[in-house]
Write a protein that binds this ligand. Sequence first.
Ligand SMILES: [Zn+2]
Length: 224
Amino acid sequence: MRSQLYLVCVAAFVAASFLCQADDRKQPDVASDRPTECPDGHRELKDVPILYGKVSYDEQLQRDLADLKYVLGGCIVGKDSPKTALICGKCRFRYGGDGGWHKSSTNADLFSMPFSKVLLDSVKLFEPKDPAYYDQTVEGKRLIIQRVQFKCPRDRKTLDLEVAQLMQRNGIRRENSRYDHEVFYGSDAESGVYQVWVLTDQGNQLLDLTISPKPPMKNAEKPQ
Ligand SMILES: [Zn+2]
């Protein structure tokens, strides 16, 4: 009786192993396209359900986001929109599906690749009351886009002037401006193209400073 039970267990184990192998063989593309580590080399990658649409940013949602029960997907959802996002459970880099990884935080120290001095200087210069949002997009081990956004306690004219002085101090020249709220568009040889957007939100100026590679982003549009 005991040996029969043993045999059943062995048979079940062999069948399970076979099924697992068969399953692996069925999806070679998915397995090979899926990264196995984040840009920081962590292997704790997790498929997290994406929450689309307008959300109420209450305490429960904030806890769920912190626990990686969900990630936010924005307001626009189509039938091809992904249902899950691949996220590093350790550092929160999010895979974009196109080889690029993206990360946002209010703490610049949580990024292993340092931000440009100009971006960090802009936060020091304006001393925003609310936390600044830092963003990076990384491909492989290369920093492609870096960005900082914050509410600026300045009127528009003073802000334009101080941004221009900040750029000048860092040797970044003004080139052109495509939109009214884009106050500066310069570049330097090393870092790429600097774009500064100023948006007015309930009497506050929202400063958005992005550094992207040359040539500028193909789909550069007004930020939302
Ligand atoms: Zn990571």
